[in-house]
Ligand binder design. Structure first.
Ligand code: CA
Length: 235
């Protein structure tokens, strides 16, 4: 099997070097692009397994790069944003980015995000079944029932839907907008307050039985269901 190929899109040469040096040390293969147009072309020509995309590019907006690539590809995209580009980060996730890193980031953070995305890819490839399992959590989509440590969870229809949206995207950060649209439909008023309430109840039911936290909050962004893997647990 060929090794994992990562497209690194970054116009800032020192940051690009930091990333590629890190990747090289871990035996990842990579290609680079210094602007948005080149990124779209590289993505089309080389079909990378993952893209690390800086949002502040000299030509195209990073969000536009995602939109163009998403027109034909589901390749995982991790966006890299400066703190001043906070709303861009949310737009990027809404357009289909999978995860994000905020500058300045450490080599360890970069590697952690890469591992999470790689695991999610492997999981997606291996999981088209009607039963979802994650640690002690089990969902039977056909029966529309969920269990924690073999104990059935008593969920309202909204809580069940929320759980399914999170489970179907396990490991991925979902924005408030993405979640509300998938639970309530796109006509629903984007209401973070009520989402927070439902999420709190769901989380209480899950965490009480599990003694561990399944749902991670990204303040101002959204939520992520963590992949519960005893061998590689990490935030
Ligand atoms: Ca930049």
């Amino acid at each position: 099997m060929k090794s994992f190929l990562i497209l690194v899109v970054e116009d800032d040469a020192p940051v690009r070097t930091l990333i590629t040096t890190t990747l090289k040390a871990r035996d990842y293969r990579y290609i680079t692009a210094g602007n948005g147009e080149a990124a779209v072309m590289q993505a089309a020509s080389y079909a990378p397994d993952m893209i690390l995309l800086d949002l502040g590019l000299p030509d195209l907006d990073g969000v536009e790069v995602i939109r163009r690539i998403r027109a034909w590809s589901n390749v995982p995209i991790i966006v890299i944003s400066a703190r001043s580009e906070d709303s861009d980060k949310i737009d990027a996730l809404d357009e289909g980015a999978d995860d994000y890193l905020v500058k300045p980031f450490s080599v360890d953070e970069l590697l952690a995000r890469l591992r999470v995305t790689q695991r999610r890819l492997a999981l997606m490839q291996g999981q088209q079944s009607a039963v979802f399992e994650n640690g002690d959590l089990k969902i039977d989509y056909a029966m529309r029932r969920a269990w924690l440590k073999e104990e059935e969870l008593h969920l309202t229809p909204i809580e069940y839907k929320l759980l399914c949206v999170l489970a179907q995207n396990v490991g991925k950060v979902l924005t408030h907008k993405y979640i509300t649209q998938h639970v309530w439909g796109s006509s629903w008023e984007h209401d973070t307050g009520s989402l927070r309430v439902y999420m709190a109840t769901l989380r209480r039911k899950l965490d009480a039985g599990a003694g561990q936290s399944f749902i991670q909050t990204h303040i101002g962004v959204g939520y992520r269901m963590l992949r519960m893997d005893p061998e590689h647990s990490e935030p």
